[in-house]
Every structure is written in structure tokens, then in C-alpha cells.
Design a protein around this ligand. Structure first.
Ligand code: NAI
Length: 270
């Protein structure tokens, strides 16, 4: 169902790789709600993914950018405001990658070049995106910036590896930048802490199938899907959440506040 919540709003959506991506579902929902946007992803992901299909479907243009490159980001922001015809109202940062995870290195055996690269892509890139927008004065007042995170930032999930540290940094950047952006430009900045979701990035985590089933059994409402996440993000981009900022918002069917569920007790009582 569409409510026209984003009518007249313009933005940038990072991270739509394929139709499972959280950013993909969000782009579809933003389009349904009347928002217009530029799609972006790393140049290499353009070749691997299907972003062209999404661009066609939503009438959007694509501007490639490696989110670790200040030059690419400056170009992206300049092009996006030009293409969309004005300053921006929303930005979605939906980017994550750990080289240690990809190469099968355990948390106790990190290769630090890999760690630094993963941190740059997954965490520092959020600061780079916001600093670029801020310096270009590219956001409208009451604009909204959202990044995606995971609860491993607060609690240990052994196989989440160095992504846990990256997410902790990402959430801190949201608070710190959110202060300055709020005070000086009335722009809000939040992170959504999403349930495990079967996407390319999600399935890269070792033991993902067990992980997602466990979360499903532990969440009173069940896991939040990518589609649910898209719906939630729309509310944060809308004018209905103007005073929500510097928050890490759990979107996980209640998982984060559940000590144990009946299903899990029964499983261990067998
Ligand atoms: P995905 O694999 O579809 O999206 C990750 C995106 O990051 C891809 O589009 C990829 O091309 C992009 N990316 C990687 N390196 C980049 C770079 N240098 N510059 C620009 N873009 C780059 O997976 P998903 O799950 O949709 O991931 C989106 C976000 O959601 C990530 O931040 C992820 O950590 C977060 N998240 C995912 C969960 C899951 O279980 N799938 C749970 C909680 C959070």
C-alpha cells in the first residue's frame, strides 16, 4: 500500500546489488511512496549485480561510486543534486563487507590489511558520505540519513567476526555526526539494527542458516524481512519522524529484548 509519504522528496540509495538487497527493496518502496532518487554502488558491483533492472523499474539514474573514495562521493553528490534538480531529503547507506570474513580468517587470526579495508568500506564510509554531503551543503533541512547495522555491535556473535567492530564504529558515527548535522542543519541521522536477512552480505556470515533460524525462534514477532526493513526506513525518511535522531533503532521482531523464548526452552528440554 502506498501513502505518498515521500512525495517530492529526493535522495541517494547506496547498496542495491540484487533483488534480495535491503537497499533494493527500499528503493522500490521509496518509488511507491513518490520519492525520486539516484542509485549508486561500487563500480565492481555494477558488473556483478542487476542494478540496471532496478533503475529501469524505478525511473532512476545510476551514478557509480566507491563509498571509500572521497572523489567518487563528491562526484556522486554533485551529480545527484543536478539530476534530481535540488538538494536531498534522504540518503540510505546500505553497505557492508569484511575481507577477513570473505577469506575465512577468524576473529583471532585477522589480517590487519583486510581489517582496515573492511572498516573503510563498512564503517568509515558512513562518515565519508556524511562529510561529503555536509561540506557540499547538499541536504535539505529535516532531511534524514539512515545506515544499516546489526546487534553484534552490542552483543557477541562469534561468527560475525570483525563486522561487529565495524558496526560499533558505524553506530558511533551516527551519534557523533547526528549531533553536528542536527544542530547546524536540522538533518537527522539514525541506524537501523536489522534482523539477519538472506542477502549476499548476510549469507557471507559463517553458519548463517543456523543463525537466522535461531533468531526466528527467539523473536516474538519473528525475524524482520528485507521488505519489513524497507517499510521501516520509509517512515524514517518521512516527515512523521522529524525529531528522531542519533538513535540505533532495533528492527528485529523483539529479538534484542528477549532473554529466552518458549521454543528455545522446549528445544533444550527434550
Ligand atoms: P547486499 O550484499 O545486498 O548489500 C551490500 C552492498 O554493499 C552491496 O550492494 C555491495 O556492492 C555494497 N558495497 C560493498 N563495497 C562497497 C563499496 N566499496 N562502495 C559502495 N558499495 C559497496 O547485502 P545487505 O544485507 O542488503 O546489506 C546491506 C546492509 O545491511 C549492510 O550494511 C549490512 O551489514 C546490513 N545488515 C545486513 C543484515 C543481513 O543479515 N543481511 C543484518 C543487519 C544489517
Amino acid at each position: 500500500m502506498s501513502y505518498n509519504l515521500l512525495k517530492g522528496k529526493r535522495g541517494i540509495i547506496f547498496g542495491a546489488l540484487d533483488e534480495n538487497s535491503i537497499a533494493w527493496k527500499t528503493a522500490e518502496r521509496v518509488h511507491e511512496e513518490g520519492g525520486t532518487f539516484v542509485l549508486t554502488n561500487a563500480p565492481i558491483a555494477m558488473r556483478m549485480g542487476q542494478i540496471d533492472v532496478l533503475a529501469k523499474k524505478t525511473g532512476s539514474e545510476i551514478v557509480p561510486a566507491d563509498a571509500t573514495s572521497e572523489e567518487d562521493l563528491a562526484n556522486l553528490v554533485a551529480k545527484a543534486t543536478e539530476i534530481l534538480g535540488g538538494k536531498l531529503d534522504f540518503v540510505l547507506h546500505s553497505i557492508g563487507m569484511s575481507v577477513n570474513v570473505r577469506k575465512g580468517r577468524k576473529y583471532t587470526d585477522e589480517k590487519y590489511d583486510f581489517t582496515a579495508k573492511g572498516w573503510d568500506v563498512s564503517a568509515l564510509s558512513f562518515h565519508k558520505v556524511m562529510q561529503t554531503l555536509y561540506k557540499a551543503d547538499a541536504m535539505n533541512e529535516w532531511g534524514s540519513i539512515v545506515a544499516l547495522t546489526y546487534m553484534a555491535a552490542q552483543r557477541t556473535f562469534p561468527d560475525y567476526n570483525d563486522m561487529a567492530d565495524n558496526k560499533a564504529y558505524l553506530e558511533s558515527v551516527a551519534r557523533s555526526f547526528g549531533y553536528f548535522y542536527g544542530k547546524e542543519k536540522k538533518v537527522r541521522v539514525n541506524t537501523i539494527s536489522q534482523s539477519p536477512t538472506p542477502t549476499t552480505a548476510g549469507q557471507g556470515v559463517k553458519g548463517f542458516d543456523g543463525f537466522i533460524s535461531y533468531a526466528e525462534k527467539m523473536s516474538p514477532l519473528g525475524n524482520a524481512t528485507a521488505q519489513d526493513c524497507a517499510d521501516y526506513t520509509i517512515t524514517l525518511f518521512s516527515d512523521l519522524t522529524k525529531k528522531v535522531t542519533m538513535q540505533n533503532l532495533f528492527h528485529d521482531g523483539g529479538f534484542s529484548n528477549t532473554g529466552v523464548s518458549q521454543e528455545v526452552i522446549e528445544y533444550f528440554s527434550k
